[in-house]
Design a protein around this ligand. Structure first.
Ligand SMILES: [Zn+2]
Length: 362
């Protein structure tokens, strides 16, 4: 049975271990220790993600969370007076994003062992570097994962709060190489990379393109000194849309625009790269992850509440690797702020939902 005191204890212990993105050694060690203690086969892949497996019956199910936290997230002192809410002391985040997800996975495993319950084979993937670009999921050793369905325990709110739709996300970079020259003596010998980059930028989507599509030019770097025609300028940006066709259209318009800029400036070199960071998705009936979580929620008396989100999670990346994934809430609020707090009953509900999912054999 899911036990409140035990999951809260695990949560408090996990948030006491500093784990800012890129510095996950200690938390990875602790998670491996706990998973090993629970009898799972545990390993870290080459990137440092913690992967584990427990035998069971039927088709394997992947349970996933991430171990890293955002800043300010060092020396977290959780404040809990025994009621239903855990907060930070106001000087840091709490780290419910995503230590609550980790605690849920550990509790579900503990409960299954205690109850001698029959479960599906459970695969566990706890990623690192999620908060800085889904790095763990991008670099995960997928040869160690056989599950085709995943529950990603990494959303705010109660477990019925499901990320029902997430965008397709393209990033791009543009590098303009012109020619340096003295700006006062012989500017006509130069090719000004910054001005050409400016022309390029003006053709890139910026802001809200439509209700489900956005674009942003995020960085620009160029030039060395005031009195030289700048030789180099680099631009980085992104585009997102819930609809793949829309983001693809933006990308092709951007490429056409860059081609025009190239034609106008034959002496300059304009390199550009567009990269699909992760695919979007929309949960539809028939999707194995959606069907599983909707059925379990309804069985337990919850009303599934799928809603669109503007960002990506490990679930997007998993889908790109053929693993149908659903992202559910685990009781956190005001994530990525010093006002972050955890609602314990919702973390418990999340654990019960995940437990019901792994025990739905066959
Ligand atoms: Zn998170």
């Amino acid at each position: 049975m899911i036990q409140r005191a035990r999951i809260v204890q695990a949560f408090l212990e996990l948030v006491a271990i500093d784990s800012p993105s890129g510095e996950e050694e200690a938390i990875a060690g602790e998670l491996q220790r706990r998973l090993h203690e629970l009898g799972l086969d545990v390993a870290q892949d080459a990137h440092g993600n913690v992967l584990a497996r427990r035998a069971g019956t039927g088709a394997p199910l992947l349970l996933s969370a991430h171990m890293d936290t955002v800043e300010p997230g060092r020396g977290i002192r959780p404040v809990w007076d025994g009621d239903d809410i855990i907060r930070s002391d106001g000087s840091t985040i709490l780290g419910a994003d995503n230590k609550a997800g980790c605690a849920v996975i550990l509790e579900v495993l503990q409960s299954a062992i205690e109850d001698g319950a029959e479960t599906r084979p459970i695969e566990v993937a706890i990623s690192r570097g999620e908060e800085v670009g889904l790095l763990g999921a991008h670099n995960m050793d997928y040869s160690r994962i056989t599950a085709k369905t995943a529950i990603v325990i990494d959303s705010g709110g109660p477990p019925s709060s499901i990320q029902g739709q997430a965008p397709y996300h393209y990033t791009y970079s543009i590098a303009v190489t012109g020619k340096a020259a003295h700006a006062g003596v012989e500017p006509e010998k130069g090719i000004p990379a910054i001005s050409i980059a400016a022309e390029a930028v003006l053709g890139m989507p910026q802001g809200r393109v439509d209700f489900e599509t956005t674009g942003n030019v995020g960085t620009i770097h160029g030039g060395l000194v005031r009195n030289a025609v700048p030789e180099q300028c680099q631009v980085e940006g992104e585009m997102r849309s819930m609809e793949f066709e829309k983001v693809e259209t933006l990308v092709s318009q951007a490429k056409t625009h860059l081609e025009d800029v190239r034609q106008r400036h034959p002496g300059a070199r304009i390199d550009s790269q567009f990269h699909l960071e992760y695919p979007g998705y929309k949960l539809e009936p028939g999707d194995p992850a959606a069907d599983l979580i909707f059925a379990v929620l309804r069985d337990l008396g919850f009303t599934p509440d799928p809603h669109p989100v503007g960002g990506g999670t490990d679930g997007n990346v998993f889908r790109g690797h053929g693993i149908a994934s659903v992202v559910i809430g685990r009781g956190g609020y005001n994530q990525h702020t010093k006002d972050e707090y955890l609602v314990i009953p919702e973390m418990l509900e999340c654990a019960r939902v995940v437990e019901a999912a792994v025990r739905r054999v066959g």
